[in-house]
Design a protein around this ligand. Sequence first.
Ligand code: CTP
Ligand code: MG
Length: 225
Amino acid sequence: MNQVSAIILAAGSGSRFGGKKQFKKLNGSPLWTYSLEAFIKSNCFQELILVVSKESINELQNSEELGKFSKKISIKLVCGGSSRKDSVYNGLKLVDKNNNIVCIHDSARPFVKQKYIKGVIDACSEFDGSIVAIPATDTIKKIQDGIVELTINRDYIMLAQTPQAFQKDKLLHAIKLGLNIKITDESTLMELAGFKIKIISGDSTNLKVTRKIDWELAKIIESEK
Ligand code: CTP
Ligand code: MG
């Protein structure tokens, strides 16, 4: 029987967005609460670890929203680091030792579907880990100094999203091996360590709010729910 911890990442600075998008209110609720709602609703987790920056931790700790969520599931709040990997690592340190699966999610992805949460966790029974991903729709070029080197066959390209779930011990091993590698998702470390990662098909509404234009998309998706 799988015992699962969720790590929700909310410690970024939002440099491309121009501010901490995870705390901005969408339809009256801070963006980070969307992911928490979905994760709690899934009933897949023994505990939830919310990673936030040092500057935000006090405010979050005292927030009405966190108080409400804490009545439904054990929530651990922890300070993130300057890189995503540091934030994940700080979260991993708090994972209950009895839990064997870790499911990582960007709080900047508010529209995560239940089938993705359950899909990546279930796949960990057969594979070392699993991620949600969508097919690339643009044509992909490998470039060097502003010049095209080659075009990569799009049929073999997918764009990674979260949630991403991994067998905990394997992820810890992969992180130790990849201490000096800069990453934008945890699957990268697992792949480099030779582990097998299963793809779960996502969709473009599971978007990450990254730039200002994504906020406009998020408003549309929210209004059509
Ligand atoms: N994140 C984190 N700790 C970091 C960096 C990122 O917890 N040191 C989180 C962000 O809060 C976000 C998720 O990881 O929910 C995805 O990252 P991204 O969209 O890159 O957010 P930011 O790093 O905040 O944005 P940017 O890269 O534009 O600065
Ligand atoms: Mg970032």
